[in-house]
Design a protein around this ligand. Structure first.
Ligand SMILES: O=C(CO)COP(=O)(O)O
Length: 268
């Protein structure tokens, strides 16, 4: 069934790159992929820059008719009004965003976002015509207690609460174990598969088997060119949400072309 889902490689730049640096990075990424004759129908590529970069990214992507898409790292739960510092879904849609990340573990941790807020943000994203990338994942303590599968499936239930089966089918879920983010500590391909498979099973139970077959589930956490092929080979992993490595055009392009990379998982 995995063949029916087009893999998505998403670069979460986090709070890196000003708008001028963003233009250079997007240009370089597009050139490298063009040079390799990247087939965007085979593997979709998106970048997720800071808000302040989006207008510049839109201009360069549209102007040069690039095939990659882009999106935002967060969105307000409100439509408009007296919410200082917030950015609405309609503003992001107007800037041509395809995706919006919601519920990243860094927002859950530093901004105390809970599942109900994440679900509300995800629904705002869908209402504005964009696709949410809904993040879930366990911390080290939960993993050590072997409670990670239950933790993540509950987060999926809560963070996609109120979604119709069709909305789930069109959404993207990202499994990012917190202990593997920015630490160089990558989950094994089997770890990634275990949770992604459990999430898909949960989607089938709560929404529908069609939604489970269609929803794309990404893995995120220290993904690099060196481990991308092994992770992407897992049947329930449909892509990667890449942090640090997405800031280097060559490295990120290599991850986008994971099918060209050797699977080094068996090499010590
Ligand atoms: O949080 C992540 C992507 O959203 C993962 O970050 P790293 O790839 O830097 O570990």
């Amino acid at each position: 069934m995995a063949q029916q889902r087009v893999p998505l490689i998403a670069g979460n730049w986090k709070m890196n790159q000003n708008h001028q640096e963003a233009v250079v990075l997007v240009q370089k990424l597009s050139w490298v992929l063009q040079d390799k004759k990247h087939d965007y129908e085979r593997v979709e590529v998106t970048v997720l820059p800071p808000f302040t970069d989006l207008r510049s990214v839109q201009t360069i992507v549209d102007g040069d008719r690039m095939r990659l898409s882009y999106g935002a790292q967060d969105v307000s739960v409100h439509d408009s009004g007296a919410y200082t510092g917030e950015i609405s879904a309609s503003m992001l849609a107007k800037l041509g965003c395809t995706y919006v990340v919601v519920g990243h573990s860094e927002r859950r941790e530093y901004h105390h976002e809970d599942d109900a807020l994440v679900a509300a943000k995800a629904l705002k994203t869908i209402d504005a015509g964009m696709t949410p990338i809904v993040c879930v994942g366990e911390g080290l303590e939960v993993r050590n207690e072997a409670a990670h599968v239950a933790h993540c499936t509950q987060q999926v239930e809560g963070s996609l609460a109120g979604f119709s089966p069709d909305q789930v089918a069109e959404a993207v879920i990202a499994y990012e174990p917190v202990w593997a983010i920015g630490t160089g500590e990558v989950a094994t391909p089997d770890d990634a598969q275990e949770v992604c498979e459990a999430i898909r099973t949960q989607v089938a139970k709560t929404w529908s088997s069609q939604a489970a077959e269609r929803v794309r589930i990404l893995y995120g956490g220290s993904v690099k060119a060196a481990n991308a092929a092994a992770i992407m080979a897992q049947p329930d992993v449909d892509g990667a949400l890449v942090g640090g490595a997405s800031l280097q055009a060559e490295e990120f392009a290599a991850i986008c072309r994971f099918y060209d990379l050797p699977d080094l998982s068996g090499v010590a």
